[in-house]
Design a binder for this molecule. Structure first.
Ligand code: NAI
Ligand code: F6P
Length: 380
């Protein structure tokens, strides 16, 4: 099998690329960071080291790499003859990689098995988003015959890597890559690391609204309290109580929506909090809190569950407190932090509420969130 993987960053090398390699795939990394592409082109291998109770080191070899901006023709050829395309570039980057994937699919020979396309991003139904963008760019009428699209949920904490680590990646030992089975009609790609599921919604929502909601909450409150890492922040009782509160709220939603029992959710939360507390994996609060505009968007990890809880008349105070912490999260070097703070300086509370959260004025959550935003408006 051959896989073209977009985004040779932390998840690309330390998770998705690793599992594709372990499945016996020849992996072609496609990235736009020229120095990273050059390093991959010059290296024969890199290592992925897991930290946890039973540390392991896996050598990944037999990969290739190309710069998708500089070598679009080769990229088209690679996709035309691949079995799998995956991405780990960030949900908001999917529209930029879609045209190349569309060109590669169009170039597949008639009769070739359909390409399996799976976006591995922290967003609900990221592959649907990618598919829409591919469809908009596709020249031809035969997309359905040439590609199959499956949504995924990816879970593995891969922090910023130590200076000088080069291509080698250190990751937590836990991982879960759940992919919906339906689109493949019984012919799923043979990737043993994937857990095939009939209904992805419970998996992706439980993951996003527990791991990612809890992680972002830890990061924003931890940053405000002056903590450098997630492990340090979650040991602070004042931060821990905020995180436990949001997770109790999201668990009640997950139980109501998907029927998870209280015991199941309690043990899932305990496992997640243990992962956050892993001191062997120094993870800066700035990385985990990054991208607050994406994280405060309508369907994402904070407003998504808070809105659903408000609609049901259920508790969501902890999530509102996380919104307040996100609005006050101002580390340097994060483009979304700058855009968010710019909005607070230059727009009205009504406009900023709509732009940041996508909440309609008649939504039951709107007044509470608007009040938090109004309190941070610094402009005219
Ligand atoms: N790091 C983590 O613990 C986890 C991250 N995720 C998700 O995985 C995705 C990637 O995250 P990370 O690997 O942490 O980020 P990263 O920043 O380490 O890697 C992203 C890579 O994408 C590349 N890229 C950007 N634009 C591109 C384009 N147009 N074409 C090809 N490559 C492009 C970047 O150069 C970079 O190498 C995100 O959606 C994130 O939410 C999901 C689970 C865990
Ligand atoms: O913060 P982003 O870009 O959504 O992705 C990283 C997140 O995904 C996670 O790995 C959880 O799977 C955390 O490390 C982090 O919260």
């Amino acid at each position: 099998m051959k896989a073209v993987h977009f985004g040779a960053g932390n998840i690309g090398r330390g998770f998705v690329g690793l599992l594709l390699h372990e499945a016996g795939c020849e992996v072609v990394f496609s990235d736009v960071a020229e120095s990273l592409v050059q390093q991959l082109q010059q290296a024969d291998s890199f290592t992925v080291t897991t930290v946890g109770q039973h540390p392991t080191t896996t050598v990944v070899e037999g990969f290739r790499a190309l710069n998708s901006d500089q070598d679009p023709e080769t990229l088209t050829e690679e996709i035309a003859s691949a079995d799998i395309v995956t991405t780990a570039v960030g949900a908001r980057i999917l529209r930029f990689v879609a045209p190349s994937i569309a060109a590669g699919i169009a170039a597949r020979p008639a009769g070739a098995p359909p390409l399996a396309v799976m976006a591995c991003e922290n967003a609900i139904n990221a592959t649907d988003l990618l598919e829409q963008e591919i469809r908009a760019n596709y020249q031809g009428e035969d997309l359905e015959e040439k590609a199959l699209f499956a949504n995924t949920a990816v879970d593995r904490i891969v922090p910023v890597q130590a200076e000088g680590a080069g291509l080698d990646v250190t990751v937590e030992d836990f991982f879960e890559w759940a992919v919906e089975r339906g689109p493949f009609g019984g012919n799923e790609p043979d990737v043993p690391g994937i857990t095939w599921v009939d209904d992805l919604a419970p998996y992706i929502e439980r993951k996003l609204f527990t791991v990612n909601t809890g992680h972002a909450t830890t990061a924003w409150h931890g940053w405000a309290a002056g903590h450098a890492t997630i492990a340090e922040a979650i040991r602070d009782p004042a931060v821990a109580i905020e995180v436990e509160t949001v997770l109790a709220e999201t668990s009640s939603l997950l139980s109501a929506r998907h029927g998870f029992s209280e015991d199941d959710m309690a043990s899932y939360r305990a496992k997640v909090l243990g992962r956050f507390a892993n001191t062997a994996l120094p993870d800066p609060v700035e990385r985990v809190g990054r991208g607050p505009l994406r994280k405060l968007s309508r369907e994402d990890r904070i407003i998504g569950p808070a809105a659903a809880l408000a609609e049901r008349g259920l508790e969501h105070e902890g999530l509102l407190s996380a919104v307040a912490a996100a609005l006050a999260f101002t580390p340097e070097g994060d483009e979304e932090v700058d855009r968010l703070q710019d909005l607070l300086r230059t727009t009205s509370a009504d406009a900023a509420t709509l732009e940041i959260t996508g909440l309609a004025p008649d939504h039951p959550l709107h007044p509470e969130v608007r009040a938090l935003i109004a309190a941070r408006i610094t402009g005219p």
